[in-house]
Design a protein around this ligand. Structure first.
Ligand SMILES: [Zn+2]
Length: 443
């Protein structure tokens, strides 16, 4: 029994369910999901006005910005009026320092969260305790859609720390009876530990897994290859790009649906998957603007968003760095929430060829994860015209697979790219326990 984690679990339960407005928000969200477009717009405008008022009166950064630009609190009368504000970048937030933190909350009423440090400097996000309860209610509704209730046990394969990544002599999982969470160490995930994790998941009678696609995929593939049967109610994935082949493997191995969801680390925007498999932008959470990237593909948009709930450190029109593919389709679930086709990785994750072509992480990982008997991979571009494909083979990987792999690479990557295949034991994970599918070292 890990007492530190047990105490942490009890504290989480209090913060997430009882200190904040979890129950009220949960009831509210059960109703608002069936609201029509104008009712949803009404909610958004009300929350936006409250937010702007709060920012002007308690956040020095916004007071200064609004005074400088002549933006009045009363001038926000429609959702379009948000455009009076400039786009807020990560750099702006770093430069603003403490001036972007609300003076309303004492430090003891706030918690710190970190955003991933994979694409530059990590950002410290101050969150007020009330927003944590609300956030939890939003996520619980996603779990409800996936058929996972409050009483169900869930296993986590995310960046949560169980033991230090460099320790291998300790137990690699921990069960929190308060939150009913089985936390597995993603940092120690390999083909061997994946089998162990599958057994632990069975032993704890877990209903669902929530994790990074690359991590859940590895456990699924190991179960599938080794004939380990593990049936789940559902799998939830987030934070990395989920490719179709990963989704299929997870679905087959665990005999369930995969609910992929998106949440910006800065708590400004969330996109959840409903029972019918559509990605829905959640309007009660924030005001999400989709700005076309330009070029030939009109459906590719970047996400700029304003979060309604984290009043400790409010972000207005934040440039998330994330991309979605839009669609005109409506969902048959009956909810009037906007639908997007897919959510893809960060802009920075691309391979560039000498002739100027760019390949995003999605297509490349799709190719790699679709190859037989390769459990993990990563593409590193170390110079223009040269990439290294690192891969971790499974036990069944053969000479034939290697040749098939080489053929796929020849077929999918342009001739001008020199490709080095590098067999490795493990792919290094980021500080958050994620795998970056594509690493560009050429800037
Ligand atoms: Zn739907």
């Amino acid at each position: 029994m890990n007492f530190a984690l047990l105490a942490q679990g009890a504290a989480h339960l209090v913060v997430k369910r009882y200190a904040g407005p979890f129950w009220i928000r949960r009831q509210w969200l059960k109703k608002t999901q069936w609201f029509n477009e104008s009712e949803l717009e009404g909610i958004q405008l009300k929350l936006l006005k409250q937010l702007i008022h709060h920012c002007y009166s308690t956040v020095p950064y916004y007071k200064c910005l609004m005074d400088e630009r002549g933006i009045k609190v009363e001038s926000i009368n429609s959702l379009e009026d948000i455009k009076q504000f400039p786009v807020l970048t990560k750099k702006d937030v770093l430069q603003a320092g403490d001036s972007i933190i609300s003076t309303k909350y004492p430090k003891w009423l706030m918690r710190i969260a970190y955003t991933g440090g994979t694409t530059g400097t990590p950002l410290l996000i101050w969150r007020d305790l009330f927003s944590i309860g609300s956030n939890h209610a939003f996520f619980q509704r996603q779990k409800d859609w996936a058929g996972v209730g409050l009483r169900d046990r869930c296993a986590y394969l995310t960046g949560r720390l169980v033991v230090r990544p460099d320790r291998t002599d300790k137990r690699l999982y921990s069960y929190d009876p308060f939150m009913k969470e089985l936390i597995l160490s993603t940092y120690h995930l390999s083909i061997d530990t994946a089998k162990e994790y599958a057994e632990v998941i069975k032993r704890y009678r877990v209903t669902a897994i929530d994790g990074y696609p690359s991590a859940v995929y590895l456990v699924a593939k190991t179960c599938f290859d080794s004939g380990i049967e593990l049936k789940l109610q559902s799998v939830l994935t987030s934070s990395e790009t989920l490719t179709e082949s990963m989704r299929n493997m997870i679905s087959r191995a665990f005999q369930c649906e995969v609910y992929d969801y998106y949440g910006s680390a800065e708590r400004t925007s969330i996109i959840h998957t409903c029972e019918h498999g559509s990605y829905h932008i959640i309007p009660e959470y924030g005001l999400t603007e989709l700005i076309p990237l330009g070029g030939s593909d009109n459906n590719k948009c970047r996400i700029i968003s304003t979060g309604f709930w984290n009043l400790a450190m409010p972000f207005i029109r934040y440039e998330t760095g994330d991309i979605v593919r839009t669609t005109d389709e409506k969902c048959i679930c009956g909810r009037q929430y906007p639908v997007v086709k897919s959510v893809s990785g960060r802009k920075a994750d691309v391979i560039k060829t000498p002739s100027g072509r760019e390949f995003g992480a999605a297509i490349l990982t799709h190719l790699l994860y679709g190859t037989d008997h390769i459990v993990e991979s990563q593409i590193v571009q170390d110079e223009l015209g040269h990439i290294i494909i690192k891969y971790v083979p499974s036990e069944r990987f053969s000479e034939k697979d290697l040749m098939a792999f080489q053929q796929l690479i020849i077929r999918h990557l342009p001739q001008e790219m020199r490709v080095e295949l590098r067999r490795v034991e493990v792919i290094k994970r980021t500080d958050n326990g994620k795998i970056r599918p594509v690493v560009s070292e050429i800037g």
